[in-house]
Design a protein around this ligand. Sequence first.
Ligand code: AKB
Length: 306
Amino acid sequence: MILVIGAGGQVGQELVHNLRQLYGKEKVVASDIREVKELEAPFEKLNALDEEAIKKVVEKHKIKEVYHLAALLSATAEKQIDFAWKLNMQSLFYILDLAKEKVIDKIFWPSSIAVFGPNTPRENTPQHTITDPNTVYGISKLAGERWCEYYAEKFDVDVRSIRYPGLIGYKTLPGGGTTDYAVDIYHQALEKREYSCFLKEDTYLPMMYMEDAIRATIELMQADKKSIKIRSSYNLAGISFSPKEIAASIKEIIPDFKITYHPDSRQNIADSWPKSIDDSSAQNDWGWKCKYNLQSMTKDMIKHLK
Ligand code: AKB
C-alpha cells in the first residue's frame, strides 16, 4: 500500500492519478492537510507535522511506501521562515524514522534545484558541486538531502529523491514557487493574451513538463535498489529556457500574445539558481530520459488548457 502526503499540491494530484492507474485505486491512499475535492477515496485528512496521526494512517492502511510531498516552496518559505523550516524538516524525520523502524519499506522525498546557490556553477550544474543555498527552502532541501543519505547509509533506509526543476503542468496550479511564472503564463496567454512576468526576460531556469516529472518519480521508485547509487538526491535536467523564450513559443500558437517584465523579490531567488543541469547520473544509474522540449510542452499545455 502507498501513501502520498501532500497529495493536494501540484505534483501530488498528478502523482496520485498516475500511481492509481498503475497499481489500482484502492492501493494508493491520498492525504492532505485539507479536503481536496479532486482526490477520491481512499483519502485521509492528515497534517504532516502530526507524527501520531501519520503513524495511525500508516497502521490503518498497512502502508509500505510513502511519497512525502508536503512542503512550503521557495517564495512562500521566505515569508514564513520558522514554519517552513519546521514543516520541511520535521515532517521528513517522521517519515525517515518510520523506515528506520522498518514500519515502511520505501520513501520518495523531493528535493529541488534550490539546493544550489550563488557560488554553484550555473551552466550544466554537476551532480556533486558547491551547494550554498541562500533561501530557507533551499537550506531545508539541502539539509533534507544530507539526512536522507545519512539514514540510507546508517540505517539502510531505502529513500529515493529527485532535485525537481520548475514543474509545469495543466491539471493543477503551483503555489508559492519562483518557477510558477512558467505555468501562469499559459493561463494568462489564453485568458488575456498578455502576461506580466515577475522575472527578467533573460532569466534562464531549469524546468520540466509534469508528465516527464511524474514518469521520472515513478521510474526512480521502480528502479532496482542496487542501481540507486545516490541517496541524497538526483539532478534532473528537463528543459532550460527564459521568460522571453517561453513567450516566443506561445506566440507561435497565439500570435497576439504580449509579455511585459516587472521583476520582484523572486528575481533574487532565480538569480541564485542554476540555468541548466547535468543529469548524467540519473541517466546512467536508472536510465532516465526526458521526453518533452519547449515546443512540444507549449503545444501540449495550450491544447489541454483550451
Ligand atoms: C520553486 O520554485 O520553489 C519550486 C522549485 C524549483 O523547487 N518550483
